[in-house]
Design a protein around this ligand. Structure first.
Ligand SMILES: C[S@@+](CC[C@H](N)C(=O)[O-])C[C@H]1O[C@@H](n2cnc3c(N)ncnc32)[C@H](O)[C@@H]1O
Ligand code: SF4
Length: 473
């Protein structure tokens, strides 16, 4: 998904030391999710299609890229939803959008001199990519294949809303050679499902998981949530149990980000039924403990993976990555985003497509790359971005190793070190051997605050923009 908001992580441990209330008051303020650095609110209109075309042209022809396609449609609205999507009961806007996506893929290939770049990761997110008819699933996959050359071990992941998936839909995913399916489960309790406007019988999800596996889509992810209205520890645990019964390879456990000022439909969520921050913490902890006991490896802030899953292996190897889809094993140098609101990352910087589908379509129809804004890397962006990524993935970062890797002196981190000092003094992190910063147990929920110490834009009021983030915990 392209999620523009910042789901709060688990709340601070009520029993954390020193004094959790003080910690929360001091460090619980708004902070980005760091799915990129610089973060999206600092993208600007100085980077447009012409710049992007130059960046695409310069891509090395032999280095595999990653392709993200955004499908911003769903047939019903879940009231908790923070994704970039819109509701349609008619199919015409979806099929017209697909026509535009195909043209955008052609524009990208043309900008790269007409050569088909190798692709090692394909991700379809949304919204709900499974809004596409079976024929259109095959058509979009064929179109990606017409413009990019899949590597032999290409990972192809698709986000799926399990409700109303037919056998023909599943067959189409298999025909498209999808390798990983990500199924939204959220919570299995009927009262919670009613409060979020998402009725999803568990037997339907079970049948879908079995069908996907039988037909060759073998890697399964499930999305669970805590902090939803009417959720309790018992209900979250029941959902974890239901998820575990499907033996998924990965489970994402997202804390519900309630941001009704950005997503006005969230006003339908009964706020009085939302768990408070202590209850959220208990739910997150209970779910994590249950997943732990079931043998899953905790990955980053919100993911769990079987020990033999590539994500757990990447964590162990220190090669886990973080991008706009969250934690990933995708190590491609460049990410090419297609579709309204999609974000791409090239060696020179970030680009984001126009989010309004009508305007996006008009730009593509006019033969223009539909970029609305972006950010070219400058100064120490790459160095700070690397430190933030390691911290978000590993909860630790070796500053000396990083500065050596980037060919700069240790003093490059002086400013970050001085910002970190009060957090270290409060026991949220330690410096091992003087240079290896590691979050402590008490500091893990505040990992985004630790990361923010490396973020020059976050602190600089001249560059702060109008960003409004959700609370750190
Ligand atoms: C694009 S959706 C997944 C695919 C499909 N549309 C579905 O809902 O089943 C990605 C995931 O984002 C998570 N999500 C959506 N809104 C959220 C919010 N406000 N806070 C936290 N997580 C959210 C949900 O777990 C959801 O499954
Ligand atoms: S199906 Fe997924 S993307 Fe669509 S509204 Fe629900 S959570 Fe959001």
């Amino acid at each position: 998904m392209t999620q523009t908001l910042t789901p709060p992580g688990p709340a601070a441990a009520p029993a954390a030391t020193p004094d959790p209330e003080t910690l929360l008051a001091k460090y619980g303020g708004p902070v980005p999710r760091y799915t990129s650095y610089p973060t999206a609110p600092h993208f600007h209109a100085g980077v447009m299609g012409e710049t992007y075309a130059g960046w695409l042209e310069a891509l090395p022809a032999d280095r595999p890229v990653s392709v993200y396609a955004h499908i911003p449609f769903c047939d019903t609205l879940c009231w908790f939803c923070g994704c970039q999507t819109k509701i349609t009961r008619r199919y015409k806007p979806v099929s017209e959008y697909l026509d535009v996506l195909e043209k955008e893929l052609a524009l990208i290939q043309a900008a790269h001199g007409g050569r088909a770049l190798p692709v090692s990761h394909i991700h379809w997110g949304g919204g709900s990519p499974t809004m596409l008819t079976p024929d259109d699933i095959r058509r979009l996959a064929a179109s990606v294949d017409a413009h990019f050359a899949r590597t032999e071990d290409c990972v192809f992941a698709v986000e799926i809303d399990p409700r109303e998936m037919t056998d023909a839909d599943v067959q189409a995913l298999a025909d498209a050679r999808v390798t990983r399916a990500s199924l939204g489960l959220q919570d299995v309790h009927p009262e919670v499902q009613a409060a979020i406007n998402r009725i999803q019988p568990m037997d339907e999800t079970e049948r879908l998981a079995a069908r996907l596996r039988a037909i060759g889509v073998r890697q399964l992810n499930l999305d669970l949530m805590y902090g939803l209205p009417h959720q309790t520890v018992e209900r979250v645990l029941a959902s974890v149990e239901a998820a575990l019964a499907l033996a998924p390879d990965r489970i994402a456990l997202f804390g519900y980000a309630h941001v009704p000022w950005m997503k006005t439909h969230q006003k339908m969520i009964p706020e009085a039924a939302l768990p408070d921050s202590e209850e959220r913490y208990r739910q997150a902890e209970a779910a994590s403990a249950a997943l732990d006991a079931a043998g899953y490896v905790r990955v980053g802030l919100d993911h769990f993976a079987k020990p033999d899953d590539p994500m757990a292996i990447a964590l162990k190897a220190g090669t886990l990555k973080r991008n706009f889809q969250g934690y990933t094993t995708d190590d491609a140098m460049s990410l090419i985003g297609v579709g309204a609101s999609s974000i791409g990352r090239l060696p020179q910087g970030f680009v984001q497509n126009e989010a309004a589908t009508a305007k996006y379509a008009r730009m593509v129809e006019a033969g223009r790359l539909p970029v609305a804004r972006g950010k070219a890397f400058e100064g120490d962006d790459l160095l700070m971005g690397a430190a933030i990524e390691r911290l978000m993935c590993d909860f630790a970062v070796d500053l000396d190793a990083l500065s050596a890797e980037h060919g700069v002196g240790r003093s490059a981190f002086d400013e970050a070190r001085s910002r970190l000092a009060p957090l270290v003094a409060d026991g949220l992190a330690t410096f091992e051997g003087g240079a290896r910063l590691r979050a402590t147990e008490a500091g893990r929920p505040y990992i985004r605050q630790l990361a923010a110490c490396f973020d020059h834009y976050f602190r600089d009021p001249r560059r702060a923009g109008a960003a409004r983030h959700s609370a750190a915990v």
